[in-house]
Design a binder for this molecule. Structure first.
Ligand SMILES: [Zn+2]
Length: 146
């Protein structure tokens, strides 16, 4: 099967910790995350300029969501008792994102796939979202292809 996709790279900095991790990722730490948002055209095909979408639209919408919710914040699982207590108490005024999932790259990719699907125009299919924690490690979530 052949097709065309457009991909926008975005980045953000965030802290997290992985509950239940057997090693150092159980500690509070952070990453310079990089995400790749893959989109394909829906039923309408390419626009009259020959694009799936202007790359700037992905940055404007998904980038704005990342800036508001994750960038320079701390992402944690709401069932993480120690961190939840910090953000309910002494760190309440600091930026944080309480998720209903453990903040692994896999779960973050899955969440962001849903967010990007909601934010982008109905004519676009968000087919894949990659979350890179480091240059060597990433996970992705994927949806439907046309
Ligand atoms: Zn990490």
């Amino acid at each position: 099967m052949t097709g065309i996709a457009a991909v926008r790279r975005l980045h953000f900095c965030a802290g997290h910790r992985v509950v239940g991790h057997e090693g150092k990722c159980a500690n509070l730490h952070g990453h310079n995350y990089v995400t790749f948002i893959h989109v394909q055209a829906g039923g309408g095909g390419l626009d009259k300029v020959g694009r799936i979408v202007d790359f700037g639209v992905i940055k404007e919408k998904v980038g704005a969501w990342l800036d508001e919710h994750w960038d320079h914040g701390f992402i944690y699982w709401h069932s993480d008792p120690e961190v939840a207590a910090l953000y309910a108490g002494p760190l309440a005024s600091m930026k944080h994102f309480a998720a209903d999932w453990n903040p692994t790259a896999e779960n973050m990719a899955s969440h962001l796939l849903g967010v990007a699907t909601q934010l982008l125009c109905a004519d676009l299919l968000v087919t894949k979202v990659e979350i890179w924690e480091t240059e060597n490690c990433y996970a992705y979530a994927f949806g439907e292809e046309p």
